[in-house]
Design a protein around this ligand. Structure first.
Ligand code: ZN
Length: 449
């Protein structure tokens, strides 16, 4: 496996899978300030992780080991025990309260959990009541347990391992080693995951030695030594993990896959479980109904209606182009005859010099080409649009004159640039008020030829 951020995540997950974290051999005794008692030795400076044994515990009492400041000036509180889950293993931090303080983030710091707090901080050595925000925890339980189930469904059906897991604000992602991905494959895995959820299978936590773990059908290996925490989804999945899980699969509610895409040789499946799946359904339904309302069709017919409209639009574009060509030929004929009638006797060029209002580059080019199809015609066309002037010069193959040279000069008059071939050139400039002047000068030069 190549080194990537995915690896660091799985390492984090494995580390959390070791109960209490790797205790250091020479644990320093610390002096801890205790109000009214003075200083006394505190031999234990580690945090007991209550969420390991009960992921549904949201209120607990603890003793404050240390209150300190981070380098960026945030206050952190370390406790002798906590129900707060710190960021790790693809699962975001818990939030909540510690006494009168707001816990905005929890950080895993080796054998302690640091609670980043705002507001009234508890004092070192005192007791404090912690409360975990339950809706957020439940959401994490649903997504995280849903991930175990969906990942194992991919293994069971296709032997496709999950390489990483991420939980964002609205959705979750797993990167799966899935060969020949398709909507059908992903949908089948999602259906299997929901079967497991609706079976309401027990989710059990096993604390095992590496030897015991080696005898378990673990979905993924843990390279770590020491006691392991293995999460069993009854008769379906065994996975070493330090996260917070449902009591039984029914609590997950459901799993839906929003999309999949190829990413770095893997398949990234974006999914949501439980409440998030419901929220996503509401969003998708609103979007589909709003689209359907534009077409005055039923929700499920919206995509078909949109495809029909797109096809109609293409046909209209084709017809419009054909009509514009016809109109350009007609207009060119008129302009040409007008110029021809005011032409002096002789075989010189028939010069059509015209300024238009708001004609786009495409329309101007089309008319110039139609004029260039007339005998000995030189077309010198300009248009003012959005305060700027554009020019298109073209001539019939047998007509004299260098459109490129005329265009350079005319564009200069307009304060801009232009050029092209001897028979066709384009340009323009910001001085729209000098358009007629530029065209007149070009026409005079063209007639001299
Ligand atoms: Zn887990």
């Amino acid at each position: 496996m190549t080194p990537s951020s995915e690896d660091s995540r799985s390492v984090t997950e494995d580390r959390a899978a070791i109960i209490g974290g790797p205790r250091r051999a020479c644990q320093k005794s610390r002096l801890t300030a205790r109000a009214g008692v003075g200083y006394q030795l505190s031999p234990m400076n580690t945090t007991e992780r209550l969420y390991y044994s009960d992921s549904h515990l949201v209120e607990f009492e603890a003793r404050v080991l240390e209150v300190s400041q981070t380098e960026d000036g945030r206050s952190t509180v370390a406790l002798d025990r906590t129900a707060f889950y710190p960021t790790g293993g693809g699962q975001p931090t818990d939030t909540g309260t510690l006494g009168g303080a707001r816990v905005v983030e929890c950080v895993d710091e080796e054998d302690r959990v640091l609670h980043v707090c705002e507001g009234e901080l508890p004092e070192e050595g005192t007791g404090v009541v912690g409360r975990v925000d339950w809706p957020r925890r439940l959401d994490h339980i649903q997504q995280h347990t849903g991930q175990h189930i969906l990942s194992q469904a991919f293994v069971e059906l296709y032997g496709a391992q999950t390489r990483s897991f991420r939980m964002t604000e609205e959705m979750c992602e797993i990167d799966v080693e899935l060969a020949d991905p398709s909507d059908e494959k992903v949908e089948t895995a999602v259906r299997r995951a929901n079967e497991i959820i609706w079976n309401d299978r027990a989710v059990r936590v096993h604390l095992v030695t590496p030897e015991e773990a080696a005898r378990m059908p673990l979905r993924k290996d843990s390279a770590r030594e020491g006691e392991l925490r293995v999460i069993e989804i009854e008769g379906f999945d065994f996975s070493p993990c330090g996260g917070t899980h449902a009591r039984s699969t029914g609590e997950v509610g459901c799993v839906v896959a929003r999309q999949w895409e190829r990413a770095k040789g893997l398949v990234r499946v974006t999914f949501a479980a439980g409440g998030r799946a419901l929220e996503d359904y509401a969003r998708a339904n609103r979007a589909a109904r709003a689209t359907a309302a534009l077409f005055s069709v039923g929700r499920d017919e919206a995509a078909e209606a949109a495809a029909r409209l797109q096809e109609e639009n293409k046909q209209l574009q084709r017809r419009l182009r054909a009509a514009e060509e016809t109109a350009a030929r007609g207009e060119a004929r008129e302009l040409y005859e007008e110029a021809l009638s005011s032409q002096r006797e002789g075989g010189g060029p028939v010069v059509v010099a015209r300024a238009f209002e708001g004609r786009d580059a495409e329309g101007l080019r089309r008319l110039a080409s139609a004029l260039a199809a007339q005998a000995r015609c030189v077309a010198l066309l300009g248009s003012v649009e959005g305060g700027a002037a554009r020019l298109v010069f073209a001539r019939a193959p047998e007509a004299p004159g260098d459109m490129n040279a005329l265009m350079r000069e005319a564009s200069q008059t307009l304060g801009g640039r232009g050029g092209g071939r001897p028979d066709m050139a384009q340009g323009g400039g910001q001085h729209a008020e000098r358009l007629q002047e530029a065209l007149d000068a070009a026409a005079a030069r063209a007639r001299e030829q």
